[in-house]
Design a protein around this ligand. Structure first.
Ligand SMILES: [Zn+2]
Length: 354
């Protein structure tokens, strides 16, 4: 598919014709990244939502469509809202909402805040351009907050991610969920950018999960009707989790999922690995199996760029075993997400807070 990376479309106060009857038609009516502005009671201020950075993560778009059809028609938001729908081409690739990015393309949420680097060969250059267009669409309205809506590939609870823990980020997170992950990973994602305002990412839950769409809708509606971002009453306590790391395959190691040890080469994760998203993995608990290369199949890179895999895992014969009580996020059996992004995010439990 030929993508025009310089394209970005603007719609102000969309009409019935713009919104269409359902969110799939709404998506298919767009040709590229689309900015939708909704006028609020106070026209001076903007609150920004971004969504569909990943084409297979529909909750934000579904919720936005529902908000535009059911709520805006009844009541204007407190401030102007700007919704930015990003990877329209990937999401529209059939079957709809199945591609994180278009085949042969690149994950745009690894392309923010950078000049095209060595990673960007000819065919990939446009993704950095698009990332900077999206960034510009955020900055040009000088927003009082930004929320980026995502889904996990696999079922899991909703959580928020932020580069800072502030009263405001905690309050905003509480409109969606009860967990905020402080992340200082630098991988070119949007969350690392500084927009001079509170900015959180929401992982709404599994991409197929109605509940995830509901969480996104309820959160958007609450943000839209909240008088002041600075004084949100935090209804529920939000737990803060500090600095998870990403477990990744190394050296193009192979990845499989199985119930039992089937002697595959590379790494085999238990096929129920997603269950760990809802609880924790205990010290000495096994998560899968590895071949003769042992832990060398995997890497867990910390902020300094060191591989700290040994501090989290060990091998027991050919089993991959937790060295501590661990909390896992975004564990998935979606092989392409696992290979392109990571097997899961992990944090040691009861580590000293810093
Ligand atoms: Zn995502």
């Amino acid at each position: 598919m030929d993508i025009d990376f310089s394209e970005i479309n603007y719609i102000k106060d969309p009409t019935w014709q713009d919104i269409h009857a359902d969110y799939e038609q709404f998506l298919l009516s767009m040709t590229g990244p689309t900015v939708i502005d909704v006028s609020g009671k106070n026209q001076e201020k903007y609150r920004v939502f971004t969504t569909l950075l990943h084409g297979n993560e529909p909750s934000g778009l579904i919720a936005l469509h529902r908000y535009l059809t059911e709520v805006v028609t009844q009541e204007k938001p407190i401030t102007n809202l700007r919704f930015i729908i990003c990877s329209v081409e990937a999401a529209s690739t059939r079957p709809l909402f199945t591609q994180r990015f278009i085949p042969g393309g690149m994950d745009i949420n690894r392309c923010f805040g950078k000049q095209c680097s060595f990673q960007c060969n000819e065919g990939h250059r446009g993704y950095c351009q698009r990332a900077s267009l999206i960034e510009q669409a955020i900055r040009e309205v000088n927003p009082e907050m930004v929320i980026d809506l995502h889904n996990s590939s696999s079922p899991g609870p909703t959580f928020a991610i932020s580069a800072f823990v502030t009263t405001q980020s905690l309050s905003l997170a509480s409109l969606f969920c009860q967990t905020l992950i402080l992340s200082d990973l630098t991988m070119g994602s949007m969350i690392e950018q500084d927009f001079n305002c509170p900015f959180i990412t929401i992982e709404c839950g599994g991409c197929q999960d109605e509940q995830a769409h509901e969480v996104a809708f309820s959160g958007i509606s609450q943000v839209a009707h909240c008088e002041s971002i600075g004084y949100i009453h935090q209804e529920k306590p939000v737990e803060v989790i500090y600095r998870p790391l990403r477990l990744q395959l190394k050296n193009e190691a192979k990845l499989s999922y199985a119930k039992h040890d089937e002697g595959h080469s590379g790494v085999t994760l238990k096929d129920n690995i997603e269950c760990f998203n809802f609880g924790s993995a205990h010290q000495d608990e096994m998560l899968g199996w590895i071949d003769g290369n042992g832990l060398d199949n995997l890497q867990l890179i910390d902020k300094r760029g060191d591989n700290v895999l040994d501090e989290y895992f060990y091998t027991r014969e050919n089993q991959l075993v937790c060295r501590h009580n661990l909390r896992l996020f975004k564990a998935t059996t979606n092989k392409s997400t696992a290979i392109n992004d990571c097997l899961f995010y992990v944090v040691k439990l009861s580590q000293p807070e810093s």
